[in-house]
Design a protein around this ligand. Structure first.
Ligand code: 15L
Length: 267
């Protein structure tokens, strides 16, 4: 693996991965709609709007693999999600196929399955239950990835990312926290594992309160080091200051579920 493209490089996860993957692969190419504020002189950056196929092709040409973080990373208006996450994701996979890119790590999200209740443990074979237009676009990306893997021979890992941050910030995040270094472990499986064709992993650290069966990731050698429970007191103190949310507190997706919700109260 010599050249790896990171899309969405100006975002928070992109910034962290740029630092953590430096020196792991010979060459990192970065792409986003806007230039990262702290871009160093020796970093290779190509500006690209995912909604413009020609721009995406320019970013993708000549790379061996892609970590696709690009797109809109929270809930948004339909037009925004459509352009960045549906059309944009299609352009990314299609450009990869046209340019002979062999591997893609797709940043999916826990919000593809956010409408499972917190008292239910799920694996990757549970049908998707998106909690938002954003979550639905991630489920779309996973399906698109399967098409390109099985029809066009790409090797793809979809990571349903929980919350990437230095430490969990509330009760929900104690269950879904992903330590940045553990994200790197997952990404490296996606970019390097010889047996990988198409898989979905949960992007979570070793969280005692976790909701997800991450057996698929463990089978590929994932050994997380972050332990959410080490931060329990701080996270629960922060939780105590939050207003109660009968819908969001019930479902795994939290506020993404209660936002615009007009169903019955869960019980
Ligand atoms: C996500 O998918 C978002 O990109 C991130 O900003 C967080 O909101 C995270 O989920 C979460 O569920 O906390």
């Amino acid at each position: 693996m010599t050249t790896v493209l990171i899309t969405g490089a100006a975002g928070d996860i992109g910034r962290r991965l740029r630092g953590l993957l430096k020196g792991v692969y010979r060459h990192l190419r970065l792409s986003d709609m806007k230039m990262p504020a702290d871009l160093a002189a020796d970093e290779d950056f190509i500006k690209a709007d995912l909604a413009e196929l020609a721009e995406v092709e320019r970013a993708v040409a000549g790379v061996d693999a892609i970590v696709h973080l690009g797109g809109f990373s929270v809930e948004g208006p339909w037009e925004t999600i459509l352009r960045a996450n549906i059309v944009g994701c299609y352009h990314l996979f299609e450009a990869a196929r046209r340019h002979g890119v062999k591997r893609i790590v797709f940043a999916s999200s826990n919000h593809a399955v956010g409408f499972y209740p917190r008292n239910r443990r799920i694996g990757v074979d549970a049908p998707v239950r998106p909690d938002s237009r954003y979550g639905m676009s991630k489920a779309f990306g996973e399906a698109l990835a399967a098409l390109y893997a099985f029809k066009h021979g790409l090797r793809v890992l979809c990571i349903r990312i929980g919350h990437v941050i230095d430490a969990p910030v509330d009760r929900r995040r104690l269950s879904i926290w992903l330590k940045p270094e553990d994200l790197v472990r997952l990404v490296r499986i996606g970019l390097e594992h010889p047996d990988l064709r198409y898989e979905i992993f949960y992007g979570t650290s070793d969280n005692e309160r976790g909701w997800w069966d991450n057996e698929a990731a463990f089978r590929y050698g994932y050994r997380p080091e972050g332990r959410g429970e080490d931060f329990r007191d701080v996270a629960l103190a922060a939780e105590a200051k939050l207003p109660r949310d009968p819908v969001g507190d019930w479902y795994q997706g939290g506020p993404f579920c209660s936002d615009e919700y007009d169903g019955d109260l869960p019980h």
